[in-house]
Design a protein. Structure first.
Length: 288
């Protein structure tokens, strides 16, 4: 029985060690004690998990979104017309040390949590300020979005939650109950309402701009920049009373990118062009 159970386990995922490194930041710290002498101040530390590639001491990495500023254009016609625009500056730094637990490592790869000691100003990494950022080789990271078009949007079913849709009625089939549950969940998505999106280690609040149930497409304006690839999987939580409820999962179909300011490169690194606002990854600027 045990052998049969082991045979049915999913295969171990292949580790893309030769790919460009990419790491999701789960936490970040300032490891300096109050009152430390300026000559003894250490750089910021980030912790997370690599999904591909390897990192070692001496590597130059880019952190997105990094630092950003927000400009809110309030429209008296309503929240649907209010616009959020972001200008972001990626952070470029050098890895000084790699560590897992109490052990310092020469090289880190996918599998398990790791910490990177960097040359960043510690105020940038204090109090988890870099949580949700993506770390990797300069020029290889995903775009950073301020407006997203999500499609398809698929309702998430959870049998443990009792939605008042007739579940348990002996005269109704499980398929009918499931369709009613899906409709009840997607009804939580309303234009002007607030949702919470989860992508990788990032959790971002957003405002619903457009919602087309028949076309299964949701357009949202983010409250802070989000770094993610096209076709990335997104978990959508809608507000339900005073809390949020997991409502649907979707994929990034298109979007509008943030304005990107050219970062200061570490000495000895060649400069590389970065995309600017208005570069549409798919579908163009209109989300009709």
């Amino acid at each position: 029985a045990v052998a049969a159970w082991l045979a049915e386990l999913p295969a171990r995922p292949l580790r893309a060690l030769a790919a460009a490194p990419r790491m999701h930041c789960l936490r970040s710290w300032d490891v300096n004690y109050p009152g430390s002498h300026a000559a003894q101040v250490k750089g910021g530390v980030v912790g997370g998990a690599l999904v591909q590639g390897t990192l070692r001491a001496g590597d130059v990495v880019e952190i997105r979104p990094g630092c950003f500023t927000e400009q809110v254009l309030v429209d008296k016609r309503g929240v649907r017309c209010t616009q959020h625009h972001f200008s972001m500056e990626p952070l470029l730094t050098r890895v000084l040390r790699t560590q897992s637990g109490e052990r310092e490592l020469a090289c880190v790869g996918p599998g398990g949590l790791v910490g990177l000691a960097t040359a960043l100003c510690p105020t940038l990494s204090a109090e988890d300020r870099l949580q949700g950022c993506v770390i990797g080789r300069p020029g290889t990271l995903p775009p950073v979005w301020e407006l997203l078009s999500l499609s398809p949007v698929v309702a998430v079913r959870d049998a443990s939650e009792a939605l008042e849709t007739g579940r348990g009625d002996p005269d109704r089939s499980d398929e009918e109950d499931g369709k009613d549950d899906d409709a009840a969940r997607l009804d939580l998505l309303k234009v002007g309402g607030e949702v919470r999106l989860h992508a990788g280690s990032a959790s971002v609040l957003a405002t619903v701009k457009k919602w087309h149930p028949k076309r299964s497409r949701l357009v949202v304006a983010l409250h802070r920049p989000l770094c993610a690839d096209l076709q990335s999987s997104i978990a959508v939580e809608a507000r339900f009373g005073e809390a949020y409820r997991l409502t649907a999962h979707a994929r990034i179909a298109a979007g509008t990118q943030c304005e990107v300011l050219q970062p200061d490169l570490p000495r000895g690194q060649p400069s590389s062009p970065l995309p600017h606002r208005g570069v549409e990854a798919s579908g163009g600027p209109e989300f009709a």
